[in-house]
Design a protein around this ligand. Structure first.
Ligand SMILES: [Zn+2]
Length: 336
């Protein structure tokens, strides 16, 4: 009994898997990494599956995508085939899989979760993305969704503030506007920041639809939209938001999970980007792209209050799931 109590208080810290350097990047053997977290590996050609009773991770060598319990998740570095093994980068092991598999592992501080700031994208002279055929713009539907999300989260007991509650921009130019959004969250003492957007692509790709959720790209990695890895300067930077890489991805995972499961729409993936609002955030933060206004069918749905309410509900449920995980970690450590 005493032994069991002791064990419960010891943080479970799997020993680090061995480093393998390939082309200037540190990798670990994915199967070896998985075994340290209680996952069993099976291979089929270039595919590697890591599996426990709760978790299934499907990797494919030379791909930047994986499936985490069926959810589409983008790696920071493509996994690699190497001497019969599949390698994942050390950064993906530490900053992507470790937080999802063992929340709180290797983290000194567990974040609070009382005050949430929602940031409806754009506003005022900046309409954001538009569907001119249907006369829908991003700034309007983002604000309405944010107000719905605010009500949901307040009903759950959180203190919730918005970066804007009317149709206005927040700075003299785009850069100042984005800085101000992170600054508002900081002044509010935010424990969480959710930036809310709707997407669009050029008219040639109107069929593209679905949700994507972004968390900040870890240092030394490349954003999902940068497959050629051109932005070496960006990758070298350590941003304020990178201090919370562990919690950013955990938050992103739970919100993306609920959006995909509840809306039953195309899973565009849990992605990485260095959006200004994420770079400057001083609390766990994500940016949600809740659908494509350029897709007429999806835009028509987004134009209805019912669908925007479903989006708000899914995000709120994701925050709730993240909150339960954080509370679990705190409890495990003997906190309240
Ligand atoms: Zn936007």
């Amino acid at each position: 009994m005493i032994f069991a109590a002791l064990v419960a208080f010891l943080p479970l810290t799997p020993a680090a898997a061995k480093n393998i350097r390939v082309g200037g990047v540190s990798y670990v053997d994915a199967a070896e990494f998985g075994s340290r977290y209680g996952l069993k590996a099976t291979t089929a050609g270039r595919k590697l599956t890591l599996k426990s009773a709760w978790t299934t991770i499907e990797l494919e060598a030379e791909s930047r995508e994986c499936r985490y319990n069926g959810l589409r998740v983008f790696l920071g570095d493509a996994s690699r085939a190497y001497r019969g093994a599949v390698l994942i980068s050390r950064t993906d092991a530490d900053r992507l899989f470790n937080p999802l598999l063992l929340p709180g592992n290797d983290q000194k501080k567990v974040p609070d979760l009382r005050t949430i700031v929602i940031d409806p994208g754009h506003g005022g002279r900046d309409p954001g993305k538009e569907n001119r055929r249907l006369k829908i713009n991003e700034k309007t539907v983002a604000l309405d969704t944010a107000l719905r999300l605010q009500r949901m989260l307040e009903n759950m007991g959180y203190r919730v503030l918005l970066t804007r509650t009317e149709d206005k921009h927040l700075g003299a130019d785009k850069a100042a506007d984005l800085l101000e959004r992170a600054a508002i969250a900081k002044r509010a003492g935010a424990d969480l920041l959710i930036s809310l957007h709707y997407n669009a692509v050029s008219s040639a790709a109107q069929r593209v639809s679905g949700v994507e959720v972004y968390s900040l790209t870890p240092q030394h990695q490349y954003s999902t939209s940068d497959p050629e890895q051109d932005d070496a300067k960006g990758a070298a930077e350590f941003n304020a938001g990178n201090a919370r890489d562990h919690w950013n991805i955990l938050l992103g995972y739970h919100v993306h999970r609920r959006l995909v499961d509840e809306l039953k729409i195309s899973d565009r993936g849990l992605k990485r980007a260095r959006w200004a609002v994420l770079r400057h955030a001083e609390c766990p933060a994500i940016l949600v792209e809740a659908g494509f206004l350029s897709n007429d069918a999806e835009a028509r749905r987004i134009a209805t209050p019912e669908y925007r309410q479903r989006i708000a509900d899914a995000i709120a449920h994701g925050v709730e799931a993240y909150g339960a995980v954080v509370a679990g970690v705190r409890k495990q450590r003997g906190g309240k």
